[in-house]
Ligand binder design. Structure first.
Ligand code: NAD
Length: 725
């Protein structure tokens, strides 16, 4: 018998064995080879020493209970190595099954997060107790990485909760519950307040249930709520595909489909067969491209971005204590809330006290909602609101160590408001502008300390959107960049860092998506098909409806200014076919977007969308004119991807991870792609395949699809776009 290395065996004199998960080589326990070996050895020992074992407690010596599968291994799985993954997975499942059917009570004492593989270990136990700490998160988030819980998670949640609850509460959304909510939803049986209570409750279960069995191993067991073969259940079944369509809008996310199939098929067969079905669907996902894309973006890239790969080294963090937010409009109000929520004192300044108070009203609304939904306490909400002081007086900003400006998008006004306050705030205060389009270097000319000036581009609605784009101007110093980065992390958002350029990364790239959609309408394609193509490509907002939200006049204004700047610098402006459509919409039809009451869509009195404007078909659509649906989708995706490569060429973007994360979190590039550059990596045929397809699109739809030199060179060298793994 081999002594286990990552699972420690501790037996007391009453015969209770505590299995302590404690990988000596990692800060968290994962399902790596060492764990697999240990699990096998521990299972053998439990069986061999069964007579002296009264019960088993599974817990961990780490901060988290168990972190789940090792994503470094999973991202490398190919169709060729898929069989190994299948076999390895089944081996774990078999060992868990042996422990589960030992005839002795086994209790999971969850001392911290038990997500994915961690929760699957807990599911194989007869009883689950969770410690109520802020770090305790419970659930199966695999779907968010394009995977499914392949360690028995589908099989057991279906048998524990019934198919409907398993799918909706655990598997399809990947919800992560705190200890209390996990108990309310049936994921755990008990909650403990202290580590002592956790172990005491685990022991109490063992004492009370000397011969434990899983519900599904008891005679006469039926899956709660019935199985698909049952007439009552069958009546509910058609709701699932509809639900699935709603979740994915027809975009290529294979995980929800495989999860549903594994759950429904697995519910109709015995436990062992269900485990094999689950393994098959799991391996299919792991060997596929979408899971690789999503693991790359939502694990590796996100970690790289948040951990500060782009933050200048050697600069001591200095948390912001008092921030001045200039402009209490839509963005300023949201920024004030996000800062106050993070414990920062906020001075919210507008032209009048009345406007500033109105801006604070936004936080009041959000707080009231959070309290009514039980997401925060009244006390905490009151404290948050007490941190926001509305004002119209520059003098009140004395002592602020950071300023975030969010007044109208007008350079002269922005210069003016900075001049008003530059000498009132702390002499070394960080000076940030939330402009969405104006070059930072030129804006900085309005302040004396240009080294402390930086762009901090938030997204709307600020309280929900996780991304902030930090824009480094030509004269922005390292210290300012580091402090801006730290401020974004302080308010628990994700910072990407780009160099200054008109529209930076996000505003410029999203413009290409919108332009392509509008160009297709101008070409004569049915507007409804254009919207459908965007939805099925996986964009969260349809392209023409997004155009209406942003207004048609804003891009026109930006275009005019950019064109002037380009021509003044001696360049030529590449006219985009979308421009003529937008000009006609505004000049001929007076349709400026949602705020103007009419755009690509018609709007009712109440401001709600009332369908696409019928005039579009009359004035633009060429009856019978069609292009392949795939071309429609890829024109939008490629337009964004190709411009992102140009931004790398131009040095506006300096990191692949920033591009991937920024595109998905900031501007709705479809998540299944893993981000705008990972989309190129994962395209059929890799970079060479992407280049060939771009050339094809250029031949059919215009020069703008010609692949940039950097892309061609990388394809020729056999490289991909990666900087984090
Ligand atoms: P908004 O019109 O809702 O708010 C602007 C606010 O600034 C108003 O409350 C106005 O009273 C106030 N203001 C004007 N002059 C002022 C002064 N001298 N001192 C103090 N306050 C003054 O605009 P918004 O949508 O919040 O946008 C603000 C900035 O954020 C703009 O630069 C915009 O480009 C940028 N931005 C907007 C979005 C978006 O989605 N709306 C996204 C990112 C960035």
């Amino acid at each position: 018998m081999t002594e286990s290395t990552t699972i420690r065996w501790e037996q007391d004199d009453t015969g209770v064995v505590t299995l302590v998960l404690d990988d000596p080589n990692q800060s968290a326990n994962t399902m790596n080879q060492a764990f697999r070996d240990s699990l096998a050895a521990i299972t053998d020992r439990l069986e061999a020493e069964k007579d002296s074992v009264r019960g088993v407690i599974l817990t961990s010596a780490k901060k988290t209970f168990f972190a789940g599968g090792d994503l470094r291994d999973l991202i490398r799985v190919t169709p060729d190595t898929a069989q190994d993954l299948f076999d390895g997975g089944l081996a774990i499942k078999r060992n868990l099954r042996r422990i589960e059917t030992l005839g002795k009570p086994v209790v999971a004492a969850l001392n911290g997060a038990a997500l994915g593989g961690g929760y699957e270990l807990a599911l194989a136990c007869h009883h689950r107790v969770a410690l109520d700490t802020p770090g305790t998160r419970i659930g199966c988030p695999e779907v968010t990485l394009g995977l499914l819980p392949g360690g028995g998670g589908v099989v057991r949640t279906v048998r524990l909760l019934g198919i409907t609850d398993a799918l909706l509460k655990v598997l399809l959304q990947g919800t992560q519950y705190n200890a209390r909510r996990a108990q309310e939803n049936g994921l755990v049986d008990e909650v403990a307040e202290t580590p002592g209570e956790l172990l005491a409750k685990a022991r109490a279960f063992i004492d009370a249930h000397p011969e434990s069995q899983q519900p599904w191993d008891r005679p006469g067991y039926r899956i709660p709520g019935g199985t698909p073969a049952h007439p009552k259940f069958a009546a509910n079944l058609p709701a699932f595909p509809a639900n699935l369509r709603k979740q994915t809008a027809g975009a290529p996310y294979p995980a929800p489909r495989n999860i549903m199939a594994a759950a429904v098929e697995g519910a109709q067969v015995d436990f062992e067969t269900a485990q094999v079905i689950e393994a098959r669907y799991f391996v299919e996902l792991a060997a596929g491209q979408t899971a690789k894309n999503m693991i790359q973006a939502f694990f590796f890239d996100l970690q790289a971005v948040n951990s500060g790969a782009n933050r200048p080294q050697g600069i001591e963090p200095r948390p912001v204590r008092r921030v001045a937010v200039l402009g209490a409009g839509m963005m300023g109000a949201g920024i004030a809330y996000s800062c106050a929520r993070a414990g920062i004192e906020v001075l919210l300044k507008d032209v009048s006290l009345e406007s500033a108070v109105k801006g604070k009203g936004y936080s009041e609304k959000l707080c009231a909602k959070a309290v009514s939904r039980g997401r925060t306490s009244q006390e905490k909400a009151d404290a948050l609101l007490a941190r926001i002081t509305p004002t119209a007086e520059a003098a009140d900003l004395a002592g602020c160590d950071a300023v975030i400006e969010a007044v109208f998008e007008d350079p002269a006004l922005k210069h003016k408001v900075f001049q008003e306050i530059e000498h009132v705030v702390a002499p070394d205060a960080l000076l940030c502008s939330n402009t969405s389009t104006l070059p930072i270097t030129a804006l900085a000319e309005g302040v004396e300390r240009q080294g402390d000036f930086i762009g901090l581009h938030f997204f709307s609605p600020v309280d929900k959107m996780p991304l902030v784009e930090i824009i480094r101007g030509e004269r922005t110093g390292d210290e300012a960049l580091a402090r801006a980065f730290d401020l974004v992390r302080q308010i628990k958002k994700t910072p990407i860092v780009v160099n200054d350029s008109r529209g930076f990364f996000t505003s410029r790239v999203i413009g290409h998506f919108i332009n392509e959609g509008v160009a297709m309408v101008g070409e004569g394609i049915e507007p409804a098909s254009v919207e459908q193509a965007a939805a099925q490509a996986g964009y969260p907002a349809k392209v023409l409806s997004l155009m209406d939200e942003l207004t048609l006049t804003l891009p026109r204004k930006i275009r005019t200014e950019t064109k002037r700047a380009v021509e003044e610098a001696g360049g030529t402006w590449p006219t985009h076919p979308a421009e003529a459509v937008i000009d006609r919409m505004v000049d001929e039809f007076g349709r400026t977007g949602r705020s103007g009451g009419a755009g690509f869509y018609a709007y009712g009195e109440d401001g709600r969308r009332a369908g696409l404007w019928p005039g579009l078909r009359e004035h633009f659509t060429k009856p019978g004119y069609e292009i392949p649906f795939r071309d429609m989708q890829e024109r939008m995706l490629f337009a964004e991807a190709l411009d992102t490569v140009k931004l790398l060429e131009e040095g506006v973007l300096t990191s692949v991870a920033d591009a991937n994360i920024g595109s998905v979190f900031g501007i709705g590039f479809p998540g299944w792609t893993g981000g705008v550059l990972q989309y190129i990596n994962g395209y059929e045929g890799g970079l060479p395949g992407f280049v060939a397809r771009a050339r094809e699109l250029a031949g059919r739809y215009g020069e703008r699809f010609t692949p940039p030199a950097l892309l061609v060179a990388k394809a020729e060298r056999g490289e991909t776009f990666t900087d984090a793994r």
